[in-house]
Design a binder for this molecule. Structure first.
Ligand code: PMP
Length: 408
């Protein structure tokens, strides 16, 4: 029995009706870069601008009250998504990148001494590498990297053996955007806890595909981006336990994050507003909340069911293509197929299949160290969403065949 009515789901995404390049139906396989938006999200943001656009938290007038209610309602939706204890633990950010930078600067920087260590993995997105490198430059701390194997799986025992009394934070990706690997976050958190080391999880590619429970995972920081999970760009969230957030100084200063300002001194607002300086992305937050509702209504069970079938079918068909190598063959894997094709540059493959209406990603996927590990300059990548169908994979395979004839 079908666990998801894919065709009904597709109807919620107007862009899937697009035709590109001489009337070819759009096949959108670049969901890991940014997913598409359902009507629910688009209409809620449109409604905000049409009916109750106003600034939040300060107004006494009706529109401001409505905007504030919707904005804070979205925070409650994100709390539910992550099973956080309280909305005080949900800080809106511009996305995963900003959430990680916030933790680096407001949490870790004041705690770091020269020679301290930050431990990450070899499969991180640049957003979970560069903020730590910058912090190391600022403080004299050292960045350590836990290894992966040829399947693209994290070597947890090796990571465990790298933890010592100088380790001040572990940063790890939940689901790799470049390889698809699903990491054993719970195991790493259990090990880290024994050493009293906090764990930050980059969950950008997890929330689109799986139920995330930050309390069950046992992590200390969890970072997400709305646009990867069917919400708008420019908004995301940092989750951290209340006690940790209470202990952290603010990062950016300005309006909204204060309770009282005078030239003698300033007192800061309560959580989570202490970390949200300036007028926030109000429409973005409202869209984010609707994206959570969309995921709840669709259900992760159906999403996983459809995505696993797509991944299995694409993997089987692609493995049979001569000269094609799939990069990232982890046992636990999200719906991502990164690959190289002998004699053809990924960018050329991407350009040719685009001509057949198929949107894929090519390049280093903001994970250059992963490319270096596999000794490739770039890969081509398909990434699926539950609205994708098997027939679209067939269209891709046909286009790939054409690309091969032309290039290889
Ligand atoms: N981490 C991972 C695994 C990602 O895939 C991405 C987005 N490609 C990011 C972090 C960064 O997210 P954002 O650009 O939305 O801040």
């Amino acid at each position: 029995k079908d666990q998801l009515d894919v065709f009904a789901l597709r109807e919620q995404f107007p862009v899937l009706e697009r035709r590109v390049h001489d009337d070819k139906p759009l096949v959108y396989f670049d969901n890991a870069a940014t997913a598409q938006r359902p009507l629910k999200v688009i209409e809620a943001m449109d409604d905000f601008y049409r009916r109750y656009n106003a600034n939040v938290h300060r107004g006494v007038h009706q529109l401001s009250v409505e905007a504030s209610e919707q904005f804070e309602g979205a925070r409650e939706s994100v709390r539910r998504l992550l099973n956080a204890d309280s909305i005080r633990e949900v800080v809106f950010t511009r996305g995963t990148t900003e959430a990680i930078n916030l933790v680096a600067q407001a949490y870790l920087r004041p705690r770091l001494k020269e020679g301290d260590e930050i431990l990450i993995t070899h499969m991180e997105h640049h957003s979970n590498i560069v903020p730590w490198q910058m912090l190391c430059e600022q403080t004299g701390a050292v960045l350590k990297v836990a290894p992966i194997n040829r399947q693209g799986e994290l070597l947890v025992d090796e990571l465990a053996s790298m933890i010592n009394e100088r380790t001040k934070l572990i940063g790890m990706v939940h689901v790799s955007n470049a390889l698809g690997t699903i990491n054993p976050v719970e195991d790493v958190c259990r090990i880290a806890k024994k050493h009293d080391v906090p764990v930050l999880v980059d969950g950008a590619q997890a929330t689109p595909h799986m139920a995330v429970d930050v309390q069950a995972l046992g992590c200390d920081f969890y970072c997400i981006s709305a646009h990867k999970m069917y919400g708008p760009t420019g908004i995301g969230a940092l989750w951290a336990r209340e006690s940790i957030l209470e202990d952290m100084p603010p990062w950016q200063g300005g309006g909204e994050m204060i309770t009282r300002v005078s030239f003698e001194g300033t007192t800061y607002n309560d959580l989570p507003h202490k970390f949200e300086a300036g007028t926030p992305n109000i429409s973005g937050a409202i869209g984010f909340g609707k994206a959570v509702e969309f995921l709840e209504e669709t259900g992760y069970e159906g999403i996983v069911w459809q995505e696993e079938r797509l991944l299995e079918y694409a993997t089987e068909k692609m493995q049979a293509v001569d000269g094609l190598e799939i990069i990232g063959t982890a046992k636990h894997k999200g719906p991502v197929v990164s690959f190289t094709l002998e004699g053809a540059h990924p960018n050329d493959i991407g350009t040719i299949v685009d001509h057949y209406g198929v949107a894929i990603r090519t390049g280093h996927h903001c994970a250059m160290p992963v490319m270096q590990f596999f000794n490739v300059p770039a890969t081509a990548r398909l990434s699926f969403a539950p609205y994708n169908i098997r027939n679209e994979i067939d269209i891709f395979l046909e286009a790939l065949g054409k690309a091969r004839d032309m290039l290889a």
